[in-house]
Structure formats: structure tokens, C-alpha cells
Design a protein around this ligand. Structure first.
Ligand code: 8OZ
Length: 365
């Protein structure tokens, strides 16, 4: 295939061999919340830009014990986790690749069985999401959260900064703040969820406050040059009903981001893993405000990605499901080779089956 997608990308803060990015993908294969050998193999298989990703965004990675919401997700806040992630970043760099870690707090999308001492999940609100999570024994309804007290907010922000410092110590090339898919930051942003009366709820400025403080803290800890962010302005994922005015909300988010000069902005267009035209939204307007390299995601084929880059609608394109099933996705796209099919039954948890055993094009041939 020709070939805008396979031109190098250079910006002030990013130098990439081409435009194909591996999207963050929750796989639930970190028993004890620490990355193990299988994860090293999985990321290494996808790390060489000549076959795999120009940039890997890690699976969503909790920033603190209270940030977990799914079984066996790997944290980035203890020395043991930092040492374990270091083996992954070393493996990726040895292949000539780049990797950032996605910093995650699930907020109310969690379950008491996953939290320290059976604690209640925390959120902007005490109203439960009608949503499921994945716990020991399978899928379960999320637990009823409690609303964070105003004086607890500084601790959440400090957890983001601590995790960002851990990320750099672990050898990551940067971080992606997960501000998408109905998790904690979106639970504060959207007026459909945030029902607070304090300085973190009500007005647009107040609902933006957590994100503003997180960006200030993370860029203060590791620099804007190493800070990216993921947004999903109109996804309904995790029972996140749309804001009453998504365009106004995310235009304000864009203005905030634009003041920081971030490494990149990663946007899920439409319904995460679903309809790209789920609700109207002007992504071009958001991009103009963010003033950062623009990474798009959600159901892209190679042809769609090529067109988006060739027509200037995106700088980078993140592929999720296709990268699960095709460790050598970029080579296959470049050659126009057929793609392996995804096995949905092995997405979350389990062993090497459906994790590190998808064949490369060369193996198959
Ligand atoms: C699928 C399953 C569990 C978590 C997201 C981190 O949607 C996730 C996720 C996706 O951002």
C-alpha cells in the first residue's frame, strides 16, 4: 500500500518511523497486579516498527491501589511494578520501538473485591454506573461508589504525578493520561455523571478542574514533552451518558490541552469499539484547540488510516483489535496481506492462547 501511513512522523516531542500506533488494550494478564514474562513477550512481538507499531500505548495501567477496576491489571506505583515494567520497556527499545504507559484511574467502574480492604470505589458521584467489570470468576456488576471528598482530590492528583515519575523510572518514553471511556476523569468532566456541589462540580470550569490539576501535576513531574492524553468526547462506554453539550465541554478541554503543548492527543471517534458516527462531534475543532500531534482511533482499516493521514485529518492512527491478532500489523498493512482473525474468547485473562500465539505473516507463510 502507498504510503502516507508509512512516512516517518516528526514533531517537537516525537520521532516515529511511521504512523501506525498500537492502541491501549486491557488484557488482564498481570496476576498480582505486576507485569510478568508473558507480557514481555507480548509487547516485544509488537515492538519492532518494521513489522509492528511505531509507538505502543500500553494497556490501561492503574496509578494507585484504588485506581484498579478489573482483575489482574498491572499497576505503575510500586517499586516491584516499576522493575517489572522496566523489562518490557527494555525489550521494546531493544527492538527499536517506543512505548508510553496509559495512566488509569477507573473511578466508579470497579468492584469492592478488587480494592484494598474491600473498599468502595470512588468517583465524582455516589451514583453507580449500570456497567460490568471483570473480577475473579468472571463479569460482575460494578459496585456502588462513594463521592470523593473535596479534601481527597489533592491525593488523587498526587497519585497521577507519582505514577508518571514511576513511568519514567521504568523506562517509558512517556505517558498517556486516560481521560476517556467513562473512567474517573470523564466522571468529573461530564455533567451527566458529575453531580457535585463543590469546586469540582457544577460549572464547566469546576468539572474541568481535576483534569487541569492532573495535567499540571503530570507535566510538572515529567514534562509536557512526555505527556499525551486520550479523549472520547461522545462515547457511551461504561454508562457514560453524553454531556449536555459535548462540543462545548471538549472545546474547553481542547483549550486546556492547548496551553500545555502535549506530546500528542489521542481521540476515540464515536462509540468506543462501535459506531464511529454514534453522535455528532466536530473533531477538527477539538484538534485546532489542542495544538498537538493528532492520533485517531476506532475501527480504522488500513485504507481508512491511509486516507486520514494522506488527507491531513490525522498524524497517527491507533489500531487496537487488529494489533491483538496481528503482532506484525504494520507489515501486513504495508504489503496488503490478509489479517488474522481476532478470538474474542481470549481477550480478557488466561494464558498464552490468544495472547502471544497469534502467528506473524512470515510464520504463517
Ligand atoms: C475493555 C475492557 C476493560 C477495560 C477502556 C481500559 O475502555 C479500558 C477497557 C476496555 O479504556
Amino acid at each position: 500500500m502507498t504510503c502516507a501511513l508509512f512516512t516517518p512522523f516528526h514533531s517537537d516531542h516525537l520521532d516515529l518511523a511511521h504512523r501506525v500506533v498500537m492502541a491501549p488494550l486491557t488484557r488482564n494478564r498481570a496476576p498480582g497486579q505486576v507485569p510478568g514474562e508473558a507480557m514481555v513477550t507480548y509487547y516485544r512481538q509488537r515492538a519492532n516498527p518494521a513489522r509492528g507499531a511505531a509507538l505502543i500505548v500500553s494497556e490501561a495501567t492503574p496509578i494507585s491501589p484504588m485506581a484498579h477496576g478489573y482483575l489482574d491489571t498491572p499497576g505503575i506505583y510500586t517499586p516491584e511494578q516499576v522493575a517489572a515494567w522496566r523489562r518490557i520497556t527494555d525489550a521494546v527499545h531493544a527492538e527499536g520501538g517506543r512505548i508510553v504507559v496509559q495512566l488509569w484511574h477507573v473511578g466508579r467502574i470497579s468492584h469492592v473485591s478488587l480494592l484494598p480492604g474491600g473498599a468502595q470505589p470512588v468517583s465524582s458521584t455516589a451514583r453507580a454506573a449500570r456497567s460490568k467489570t471483570f473480577i475473579a470468576g468472571g463479569f460482575a456488576d460494578v459496585s456502588v461508589p462513594r463521592a470523593l471528598r473535596t479534601e481527597e482530590m489533592a491525593g488523587i492528583v498526587a497519585d497521577y504525578a507519582h505514577a508518571a515519575r514511576c513511568a519514567v523510572e521504568a523506562g517509558f518514553d512517556g505517558v498517556e493520561v486516560h481521560a476517556a471511556n467513562g473512567y474517573l476523569i470523564e466522571q468529573f468532566l461530564r455533567d451527566s455523571i458529575n453531580d457535585r456541589q463543590d469546586a469540582y462540580g457544577g460549572s464547566l470550569e469546576n468539572r474541568l478542574r481535576l483534569l487541569a490539576e492532573v495535567l499540571e501535576a503530570v507535566t510538572g513531574a515529567i514534562g509536557a514533552a512526555r505527556t499525551g492524553i486520550r479523549l472520547s468526547p461522545v462515547t457511551p462506554a461504561n454508562d457514560a451518558a453524553l454531556d449536555s453539550d459535548p462540543q462545548a465541554l471538549f472545546d474547553a478541554v481542547g483549550d486546556l490541552i492547548g496551553r500545555h503543548g502535549l506530546m500528542y492527543v489521542h481521540v476515540v471517534e464515536g462509540q468506543t469499539g462501535g459506531a464511529r458516527d454514534f453522535a455528532p462531534f466536530d473533531y477538527g475543532e477539538l484538534r485546532r484547540r489542542c495544538r498537538a500531534p493528532w492520533m485517531v482511533n476506532n475501527g480504522y482499516t488500513g485504507a481508512m488510516a491511509e486516507a486520514a493521514v494522506a488527507e491531513g485529518r490525522a498524524d497517527l492512527v491507533a489500531f487496537g483489535r487488529a494489533f491483538i491478532a496481528n503482532p506484525d500489523l504494520s507489515l501486513r498493512l504495508r504489503l496488503g496481506a490478509p489479517l488474522n482473525e481476532l478470538d474474542r474468547s481470549t481477550l480478557y485473562g488466561g494464558g498464552s492462547a490468544g495472547y502471544t500465539d497469534y502467528p506473524s505473516w512470515q510464520d504463517a507463510a
